[in-house]
Write a protein that binds this ligand. Structure first.
Ligand code: DGL
Length: 270
C-alpha cells in the first residue's frame, strides 16, 4: 500500500511531512517535478499536461490515490482530470477543499447549502496561476456566503524557495503582504495557498501581525486524507516502498530539501 504525493517541486514536502507524522506506517511516494517548476507562471493547459504525466508516474509506483500537494495543479488541472481523464479505480485529490472546510468550520463532506460564516475578510496568498484560476473563490462559494476574498499573486516566492534563497523569499513575502494590506487593511484570516509558503510561515505571520489567523494546509490535508482512507481503505494502492522522486537533479533537490526541512532527505530520479 502506498499513496502518492505530487508537487511541482519542494513545497509539497510540507504536506508529505504532515501526512507522514499522522500516518507513520503508510508508505508515501513523493514526486517533485523540479525540472518544470515553477508551475505558477504556466498556462492551465501546460499545468494539466505536466500534472497528468506526474500522476501517471506515481501510478507506476503502485499508488492508486495521488494527493496533488500543489495548489496550482489543484486549481488549474484537478477538475479537468477528474472530469475527463481519471481511469476507473484511481483517485486524485487536491488541497483546496480541506482548507476551505476548516475556514468555514464545516465537517468533512458536509454538502449542505452555502451559509454565513464567522470569517468575513480573507487574504489569499498564492501563485499567479492559482489566483488567475479563481478556484479558491469558486470552492468557497459552494460553502459560504458573504466572505470577501482579496487575492495576492506572490510572484517570485516559489523561485526563491526553489533556489534556496531564504533572504530573497522573506523580502518578497513582506512586499506581497504589504501590497495586499493596501487593498485589505484588516484581514481576519490569511490563507497560505501554495504548498511552498509554509516554509515561509514565520515571515507571513510577522508581516501580517499576530491578530491575523494564518491557515496553512499541511495538517488539514493530512487529517482529511486519514479520514478518507478510513472510509476507503482500498485506495492505499499496491506499492510498499516510501521514496522521494524528482524530475530534476536528485543531488541538488536533496540538498535544497534538506536545507528547508532541516533533516536529510535523499531523492532518486523519477
Ligand atoms: N507549490 C505549488 C503550489 O502549491 C506550486 C508552486 C509553483 O510551482 O509555482 O501552488
Amino acid at each position: 500500500m502506498a499513496v502518492g504525493v505530487f508537487d511541482s517541486g519542494l513545497g509539497g514536502l510540507t504536506v508529505h511531512q504532515a501526512i507522514a507524522a499522522r500516518m507513520p506506517d503508510l508508505p508515501l511516494v513523493y514526486l517533485g517535478d523540479n525540472a518544470h517548476a515553477p508551475y505558477g507562471v504556466r498556462t492551465a493547459d501546460d499545468i494539466y499536461r505536466l500534472t497528468c504525466a506526474a500522476v501517471e508516474r506515481l501510478w507506476d509506483e503502485g499508488c492508486d490515490l495521488v494527493i496533488l500537494a500543489c495548489n496550482t495543479a489543484s486549481a488549474a488541472a484537478l477538475r479537468r482530470m477528474q472530469e475527463t481523464w481519471l481511469p476507473e479505480g484511481k483517485r486524485v485529490l487536491g488541497v483546496f477543499v480541506p482548507l476551505i472546510e476548516a475556514l468555514t468550520e464545516r465537517q468533512w463532506g458536509d454538502n449542505s447549502p452555502p451559509r454565513e460564516v464567522a470569517v468575513k475578510h480573507v487574504a489569499l496568498f498564492a501563485t499567479p496561476a492559482t489566483v488567475a484560476s479563481r478556484a479558491f473563490q469558486r470552492e468557497l462559494a459552494f460553502r459560504a456566503i458573504g466572505v470577501d476574498v482579496e487575492a495576492q499573486p506572490c510572484g517570485g516566492v516559489v523561485d526563491a524557495i526553489e533556489d534556496g534563497d531564504e533572504i530573497l523569499a522573506e523580502a518578497l513575502v513582506k512586499s506581497h503582504v504589504e501590497a495586499l494590506k493596501r487593498r485589505m487593511p484588516l484581514p481576519q484570516a490569511a490563507i497560505l495557498g501554495c504548498t511552498h509558503y509554509p516554509l515561509m510561515a514565520r515571515a507571513f505571520q510577522a508581516a501580517l501581525g499576530p491578530e491575523v489567523r494564518v491557515f496553512s494546509q499541511a495538517d488539514l490535508v493530512a487529517a482529511s486524507l486519514e479520514d478518507y482512507l478510513q472510509r476507503r481503505p482500498g485506495f492505499t494502492g499496491a506499492g510498499t516502498r516510501s521514496r522521494y522522486l524528482t524530475t530534476g537533479d536528485p543531488g541538488r533537490v536533496a540538498s535544497k530539501a534538506t536545507q528547508f526541512l532541516r533533516r536529510p532527505i535523499e531523492f532518486e530520479p523519477a
